[in-house]
Design a protein around this ligand. Structure first.
Ligand code: HEC
Length: 109
């Protein structure tokens, strides 16, 4: 009986470890929605500086006609002096930026 209790305990501990590892892995994954809110939202959530507002379908349909490649390049380099290079996200990699653009497009169709 005593052994059984121990076995149960170590099983419990084992699954706890497993769960916390899963949580850690998820936190490491880039959170496009959260990053959008803390960086791009200031303009793209409000229309500040005449930024195309996320959620306005037609605005983004027109943008997307240029092709995803162009949108990505214009985000990385900035556009017309009003869209800042990298959307002012200093710690976003290129693929992070692509993930945010995809998120913005997803919210606008
Ligand atoms: C300071 C305001 C501002 C911030 C912050 C900002 N943008 Fe923009 N963005 C703009 C404006 C203004 C435009 C429209 C530029 C134009 O068409 O002349 C734009 C355009 C864009 C476009 C369309 C580009 C195209 O080729 O039509 C994309 C994509 C974009 N922004 C992504 C982002 C992402 C991603 C972020 C955050 C990482 C971000 N922006 C942050 C102001 C901003």
């Amino acid at each position: 009986m005593k052994n059984q209790g121990l076995a149960m305990l170590s099983w419990l501990l084992g699954s706890l470890c497993f769960t916390s590892q899963l949580i850690a892995a998820e936190a490491a994954e880039f959170d496009a929605a959260a990053k959008y809110l803390t960086t791009c939202y200031a303009c793209h959530g409000t229309g500040q500086a005449h930024a195309p507002v996320v959620g306005e379908v037609i605005e983004w349909e027109i943008r997307l006609e240029k092709g995803m490649e162009t949108l990505v390049q214009n985000t990385i380099n900035g556009l017309n002096g009003v869209m800042p290079a990298r959307g002012m996200c200093t710690d976003c990699s290129d693929s992070d930026l692509i993930a945010i653009i995809e998120y913005m497009l997803e919210q606008s169709k």
